[in-house]
Write a protein that binds this ligand. Structure first.
Ligand code: ADP
Length: 456
């Protein structure tokens, strides 16, 4: 009779399907680069390459006090930013957690909540009379969903991403909707700029580190921004903006390979995530990379092995069978468990899922987390490489400002991105360095709110 497969045997199968070879990565980079170029050329492409109307780099000498409200995915962040010049700033911020209902109910209610939080923030942090009667502080609204803009203080939501689905919002001007809420709650803030977190991070990173050329977000979603010569943005030629001007582009690269599914290595777990998501077909790249999905990929593999009778025989597995029950933060914990017995992983499974594990199973889970996390980092490297190669940044090198919990908290994520860049470009890949852009979206939003888009 056939011998029973060990966990190590099972692992080999997953190693094959989750591993990206350098040649495969280079093919993805080439296709990615073409996609970026197509998005600049024509409107309404899958990767929309959105012109942000944020012009040029900051000087680092911008000063003043600005507010920022950041609606990003998991949390709502409200900040007061004081720009001090010389690349320095101070920031005071509060976080408010969003409920699932708020993400799905009426959009105006969501903006009302944002306005209320901002009002509370102003009252508790600044106190009455700080902003004089009749005065308003400039406010940058960081709204990290794809919007099409014609100017900096306006933007129509193209479509929700990252699991949001608030009603009566797609196709509408979200800046106007938020302004209405600010008025309703009588908040002393004037919305002067609507920006994406990637654009904010790009501007903020360059304020602190002038070698920055690209910004990437690895949070609930995944996206990037960079600065483009207006002459290259063929689809806005009709606006008559000087060809030599520089404008930030919000790539919305999470949509790469959506619908066609031609270029990315999707496994059957990725397909299940896609088909059961509230937006099937969309955000194909993001679904392989971002914090919202990595835990779910691992959970689906576990469920498959439960169905096959490999894992947790005789135990009640209902808790781990709940969709999205396994957060990406657990993958971080699994990978960082320093004990030989993998005690942290014992803790996760007993505490959250009421399951007992053997050492071999725990080693398997950790190895699996590594495969899923490593694939995400290497795919991210492909996206960065596409921008680097399109812009010709490889020889001189550049810095890439990065933010989001996946980048900041997942052990080894940055190293794996760098390793991926070297697999794509060889030794020259070392010229591209990512770093954590602290408070990027808040600071960037402040700089842009203060300068209304024309940064230099
Ligand atoms: P935002 O919602 O603004 O993108 P974050 O950057 O904090 O906010 O990203 C939230 C995402 O990061 C969630 O999907 C969550 O699963 C994931 N996450 C949270 N903590 C960790 C962690 N320690 N390691 C990896 N991912 C994490």
């Amino acid at each position: 009779h056939a011998t029973k497969k060990t966990m190590a045997d099972h692992l080999r199968k997953y190693e094959t399907i989750f591993t990206l070879t350098p040649p495969r990565m280079r093919m993805i980079v080439d296709a990615f680069k073409d996609t970026l170029e197509l998005g600049l050329e024509k409107p309404k492409q899958v990767v929309p390459m959105i012109p942000t109307f944020v012009f040029g780099w900051p000087t680092g000498e911008e000063t003043g006090e600005f507010l920022s409200v950041d609606l990003g995915g998991t949390n709502l962040r409200v900040c007061l930013v004081t720009l001090q010049g010389n690349g320095k700033f101070e920031i005071t911020q509060s976080k408010y957690r969003l409920t699932e209902e708020q993400k799905q109910e009426d959009g105006q209610k969501l903006f009302d909540f944002c306005a209320e939080c901002l009002k509370t923030f102003l009252e508790t942090n600044l106190g009455e009379g700080y902003v004089k009667e009749g005065q308003k502080l400039p406010l940058g609204f960081t709204f990290s969903y794809p919007c099409s803009q014609e100017r900096i203080d306006h933007g129509e939501l193209i479509r929700w991403t990252k699991g949001f689905g608030a009603l009566n919002t797609e196709g509408r001007d979200v800046a106007a909707m938020f302004r209405e809420s600010l008025e309703k709650y009588n908040v002393q803030a004037e919305l002067t700029a609507l920006i994406n977190d990637t654009t904010g991070t790009l501007i903020a990173s360059s304020y602190v580190n002038p070698r920055t050329r690209i910004a990437v977000i690895f949070g609930t979603g995944c996206n990037a921004a960079y600065m483009e010569r207006v002459g290259e943005i063929h689809k806005i030629k009709n606006l008559g903006i000087d060809d030599e001007a520089q404008m930030a582009i919000n790539c919305e690269w999470g949509a790469f390979d959506s619908f066609e599914h031609e270029h990315l290595p999707r496994t059957k777990y990725d397909q299940i995530i896609d088909e059961t998501s509230n937006k099937p077909g969309e955000q194909a790249f993001e679904k392989l990379i971002s914090g919202r999905y990595l835990g779910e990929i691992l959970r689906l593999v576990i469920c498959e092995l439960i169905d096959e009778g490999v894992l947790f025989l005789g135990q009640n597995t209902y808790k781990v069978e709940i969709p999205y029950a396994l957060d990406t933060a657990f993958l971080s914990l699994m990978e960082s468990d320093p004990t030989e017995e993998l005690l942290m992983i014992i803790g996760i499974f007993t505490h959250f899922f009421a399951l007992e594990t053997t050492l071999a199973e725990r080693q398997f889970f950790r190895a699996l987390a590594k495969l899923v996390g490593r694939r995400a980092a290497r795919l991210s490297a492909c996206g960065i490489a596409a921008i680097v190669s399109k812009m010709g940044y490889l020889d001189a090198g550049c810095s890439v400002g990065a933010d989001g919990s996946l980048y900041n908290k997942y052990p080894g994520f940055a190293d794996r991105v760098h390793e991926g860049l070297q697999d794509i470009f060889g030794d020259k890949g070392r010229n591209i360095i990512t770093y954590h852009a602290e408070d990027g979206s808040g600071v960037g939003s402040a700089i842009i709110a203060g300068t209304r888009g024309s940064v230099t």
